[in-house]
Design a binder for this molecule. Sequence first.
Ligand SMILES: [Zn+2]
Length: 351
Amino acid sequence: MGIDFCPCMMHETLQTTRCSRSLVPCRLPLSKARLVAMVVNNASSSGSKILIRDVPGKGKGIITRQYFSKGDIVLAERPLFTQSITRSNATVLAALALCTPYEQESFYRLHNCHGSRYPAELGIFETNVLPCGSNDTHGHIAQQGGIFLFAARFNSSCVPNVNNRWDPDRGQVVFRALRDISPGEELSIGYGKLLATRDERREELKRKFNFKCRCEACALEGQALAFSDERRQVLHELYSAHMQEAAGDDPMQGIGEAMFALKCLREEQLPVYESSFYFSGFHFCAAVSDLSSAAVWAKYAQEASRVAFGIQAAVRWSQLVADPSNYSEAGTLSRMTLAAPDSPLWKDLGF
Ligand SMILES: [Zn+2]
């Protein structure tokens, strides 16, 4: 039997008077509640938990008490309220007025990195907003952004081990483990651009969130930093080119770039972009009618999509895994044989 969690995910046990967040009874004031999240993928089996704790040098952060395999959901949370991109302090105040005193108290406890730049409520919102839409950008420029009382405690890393994605069907933002994570590890998401040099990343984070990033990647020095900067710069260029369909019509070059990008992503520990480059490899193989290689690229893309974005994203690949000729651009280039991502050829070439 599992532990009964209050579905509001802010209280460790099911409560006896109504909790406004969960529509079930709840009696604990938030100030006394232990901030314990229900882990959605295993909610009924084991009392799996992630916790908000003080993290040295970072204020609050989220720590896991259990092991997560890559692709596992570590948290799914509904917004306390959402705001459009045209929000103002007045609209934030109006939304707050509809919240309970506990929720308001909790909101005002969140970090405000903007000081006197904005009125307090807007400052807190802009510091903690996450996107509630189909884009993958930070909430600052999303058409719709929301406040998530628990998820607001995720700290930033340029080597994030968790990816956030808005799920319109659930009406929740879903956080998935990008790699295997052990008990005691801090869970982190990327606040800013990851495919950028350390100086560029630090400049953006300072400007938007007023802190100097000292994550694992930003702490590198000397040659290790130079290599990291170079890889991320190359990744930025390749990502921009391949995702804007500007990878060209040279399939040999295109597939080589995809493999090189995947190698750089492994070295930089940034699996969140892997599905994009597996798609690129698939695209070129299907375009030259190398359908057996294309099917393998599609399978890798499917698995990378599952890990970062969930099962629904992975299901969209099923048809192409089964038959790559279903792809709209299959057979659009001259026939040739390329290679699957697991071909020994790549090892010989240093990938
Ligand atoms: Zn960093």
